[in-house]
Design a protein around this ligand. Structure first.
Ligand code: ZN
Length: 320
């Protein structure tokens, strides 16, 4: 029988209140599918549910500009159906729920810093990695991961943060925020931008100015699966982590690379997400006392999403 470390699932019924309308892939049902699956998982007994707090304005403002935030809030409260692009559906509650989604990441960091070996998984929506300082994109409004990285630095003095993003799509928003920042390393494995939204994340995008070299993009051809991802992790990501020397990890965990998920042409298996969890656990232990915050991004095939989250968290929390 494998043994598991405790996992803290940070979620809230309020995440169901960001209503995106019929047939929108970024649906409230995503939350329900994940949480019901985890309740039945082999490590259900080691899961603790934690309620998130809302993010304070100062931390949202560390990433997004005031004009953008004002416009986002006003759009939701005025009853419009989308913000900036028809993909980005909103309702009256969306602004409040987005603040809670970002706040969940801060709650996770507080757990890690206050309780020692915590393993928080932020089961949140709306997602964040496409949101730029002044741009909503790809169902994302507030860049949860970027806000979390700034919070970790400011509140706890963890200066060197390594972000690993293995959503099927490139996290243009995270890259934009930290493009010239040498202290936050952004590594992304995604479907090649020639074939995939949002069209950024070419291999030669490696940061600018003082941040040159602190961005690593690994685009994969459509059809790529276990072998390509495991090669990328061991041959490209591992040396980057070693050279960078992180004080904390943040994982932008998107599950839309799954072979059953039609939002990408990638062919990831459920098993692969378990293997990625094992990598993350080993790296976090080796480099920074186990400090790893995992934040949900994409993943739209409900059954594949739920089983892949379960596999990832099993890999992350299994004692070796
Ligand atoms: Zn995605």
């Amino acid at each position: 029988m494998p043994e598991f470390r405790r996992v803290d699932i940070i979620s809230d019924p309020a995440f169901l209140e960001h209503v995106t309308g019929r047939d929108h892939p970024e649906s409230p049902e995503r939350m329900t599918a994940i949480l019901e699956r985890l309740d039945r998982s082999p490590f259900a007994f080691s899961i603790r549910r934690v309620a998130p707090r809302s993010v304070e304005r100062e931390f949202v403002s560390s990433v997004h500009n005031e004009a953008y935030l004002f416009r986002f809030e006003e759009t939701c409260l005025s009853g419009r159906e989308y913000f900036m692009h028809p993909d980005n559906r909103v309702c009256y509650e969306t602004y409040r729920v987005a603040l809670l989604s970002a706040g969940a990441c801060l709650t996770g960091i507080d757990l890690i810093e206050d309780e020692g070996p915590a393993l928080p998984f932020c089961c949140i929506r709306p997602p964040g990695h496409h949101a730029e300082a002044g741009l909503a994109l790809g169902f994302c409004f507030l860049n949860n991961v970027a806000i979390a990285a700034r919070y970790w630095q400011t509140r706890y003095g963890r200066r060197r943060i390594f972000i690993l993003d293995w959503d099927a799509h490139h996290g243009n928003g995270i890259q934009e925020v930290f493009d010239e920042d040498p202290d936050v390393f952004y590594a992304s494995i995604h479907e090649h931008p020639t074939f995939s939204f949002p069209g950024t994340g070419y291999a030669d995008e490696d940061g600018n100015g003082a941040g040159k070299g602190a961005t690593l993009n690994i685009p994969l051809a459509p059809g790529s699966g276990e072998r390509e991802v495991l090669d990328a992790l061991s041959c490209r990501v591992a040396p980057a982590i070693e050279a960078f020397g992180p004080e904390a990890f943040i994982v932008a965990a998107g599950f839309d690379g799954h072979v059953l998920d039609d939002m990408s042409g990638l062919s990831y298996t459920t098993r692969l997400y378990g293997q990625i969890g094992t990598y993350m656990s080993a790296w976090a232990e080796r480099y920074c006392g186990g400090k790893v915050l995992t934040v949900l991004e994409g993943g739209y095939h409900l059954e594949a999403l739920a089983s892949s989250v379960e596999a990832y968290l099993a890999g992350l929390s299994m004692k070796v």
